[in-house]
Design a protein around this ligand. Structure first.
Ligand code: NAD
Length: 472
């Protein structure tokens, strides 16, 4: 099929690469000429493992190209995806200006040569599918006054569930595909588009073999409104689940229980599940906070007050402050102290800093008069560029960051940090204080290496108690 993807961010580029890998002919469009130039040169505008490799294979299969001109590819396409950003406004509401711009431009590009499906992949509030339809119609009307009635198109919602850092695997082997539309004809086009994915009828790339358990992908077909709600409900649930783990961890710390043991104990219950139960400094990223706020805003518009979702936001805000409290407990005065942060990205394997806990922690420390050093294997250039006003001293390595610092804070659990030589790190610091914000290190090993260690939900542990039961 002929496909256009609007927006070459984390979602759009991955969507385009995968669809073209399945054999579709894809054009990715962005208003940001710099991003398009990079993609044309084969450079990645974002850091996402396996994306460059997949794009190379995609080019030789269905074919993929990049442009700033929406008109020609949209006119040729059977399916047009909208994957533009929907960042939060100060009120918590999603900012739909990019979506609206894209929908009008699609309308302007339409003619009556074929039936096209406009698919909303951006995360948008309930009712946005109807808005897209109206805006496409308006775009048609403005571009072809009097000619609009003969132009047929359908609108669908196809929410995206990929995780940055494992976006390609998530897109090739998803847990499910959600398709929301009001007309069978629209759904039929999308079923055809996704057939290779649903049947897993493509050769798995060598760098991302198909997991044995993945033989077919379930498709959930719903109304437009339900599909839009599914995305918000999924992100809200995950945010609440992490918030729950953090709340329990904070109680564990007070009563002397080991939070990772408690989580392992409850996670084995099939009704609960073990994922997203890791206590830490709270979630970040471009989605959870914005989607929770947007759902709260929608609920308020309908006169409903969601206490649980509000609490999830509040718990997360407080969790990020824990680092400051722990540092104050150890150092008393933070003014003039040097604090080294390990990790800046909101999670490992991405360069994304949107709503990253590291930024809030660094900002608070700087406000309090501390010096902040930081090392992140990937996200430092993005941090320098996007948060230039923040007086962070960027370091060449974790060792460089720790050197002479009064405390070390593990903020992002990059795998390479787990392999650090803790003994030599501790020796190089002015005070060997380690706040492990992601429970990455073994507390006992860190203490033996000379650190005054504190994790999240981990009181002083007795040597005999393993963090994870032997059966796992
Ligand atoms: N990032 C994630 O992990 C993730 C996961 C699931 C869903 N989502 C949702 O997907 C959407 C996109 O997220 P993202 O992280 O890829 O965003 P992003 O900010 O990385 O990329 C959006 C891109 O859209 C482009 N754009 C804006 N208006 C445009 C227009 N009119 N025409 C062409 N291009 C335009 C921007 O220049 C930018 O490159 C959001 O609604 C987000 O909530 C994101």
């Amino acid at each position: 099929m002929r496909v256009t993807v609007i927006g070459t961010g984390y979602v759009g580029t991955v969507t385009g690469a995968c669809l073209s890998y399945f054999g579709h002919r894809v054009t990715c469009v962005d208003t940001d000429a710099g991003k398009i130039e990079k993609l044309r040169r084969g450079e990645m505008p974002i850091y996402e493992p396996c994306l460059a490799e997949l794009l190379q294979l995609a080019g030789a299969r269905g074919g993929i190209d990049f442009t700033t001109e929406l008109g020609p590819p949209a006119a040729e396409s059977d399916v047009i995806f909208i994957a533009v950003g929907t960042p939060p406004l100060p009120t918590g509401e999603a900012n739909l200006c990019y979506l609206e711009g894209a929908a009008r431009s699609i309308g302007a590009a339409m003619d009556n040569r074929k039936f096209r499906v406009v698919v909303n992949k951006s995360t948008v509030p309930v009712g946005s599918g109807n808005l897209v339809e109206t805006l496409v119609r308006e775009g048609i009307r403005d571009a072809r006054p009097g000619d609009g009635k003969s132009i047929c198109f359908g609108v669908a919602s196809n929410p995206e569930f990929l995780r940055e850092g494992s976006a390609i695997a998530d897109s090739l082997y998803p847990d499910r595909i959600v398709l929301g539309a009001e007309e069978e004809r629209t759904l039929q086009v999308l079923r055809e588009l996704y057939l290779p994915l649903v049947q897993q009828a493509f050769d798995a790339p060598v760098f991302l073999p198909r997991p044995a358990a993945v033989t077919a992908v379930p498709v959930v077909t719903t109304s437009l409104t339900s599909a839009e709600m599914i995305k918000y409900a999924a992100n809200s649930f995950l945010a609440v689940k992490i918030g729950f783990a953090n709340e329990v961890a904070n109680i564990c710390e007070r009563v002397g229980a080991e939070a990772p043991e408690v989580m392992a104990g409850i996670g084995l219950d099939a009704r609960i599940g073990s994922r997203f139960l890791n206590p830490g400094l709270g979630w970040g990223g471009s989605c959870f906070g914005k989607d929770l706020q947007s759902l709260l805003h929608t609920a308020r518009e309908y006169g409903y007050h969601s206490r649980l979702l509000e609490a999830a936001l509040e718990v997360n805000r407080a969790q990020r402050q824990l680092v400051i409290q722990k540092l104050q407990e150890k150092l008393f005065i933070l003014k003039g102290r040097t604090i080294a942060l390990l990790g800046l990205a909101f999670k490992p394997e991405t360069d994304d800093l949107r709503d990253a806990p590291s930024l809030q922690i660094a900002e608070r420390l700087l406000q309090m008069g501390a010096r902040v050093k930081a090392y992140d294997p990937i996200a430092m250039p993005a941090c320098r560029e996007n948060y230039a006003a923040m007086r962070i001293q960027y370091c060449d390595s974790a060792e460089d960051a720790a050197e002479g610092a009064d405390a070390l804070v593990l903020v992002t659990e990059w795998k390479q940090f787990a392999r650090l030589d803790l003994r030599s790190l501790a020796k190089s610091m002015t005070r060997a204080i380690l706040v492990d914000g992601r429970n990455l290190f073994d507390p006992e090993a860190a203490r033996q290496a000379g650190f005054d260690y504190s994790g999240i939900g981990r009181p002083q542990r007795t040597a005999h108690a393993p963090a994870v039961p032997a059966t796992l």
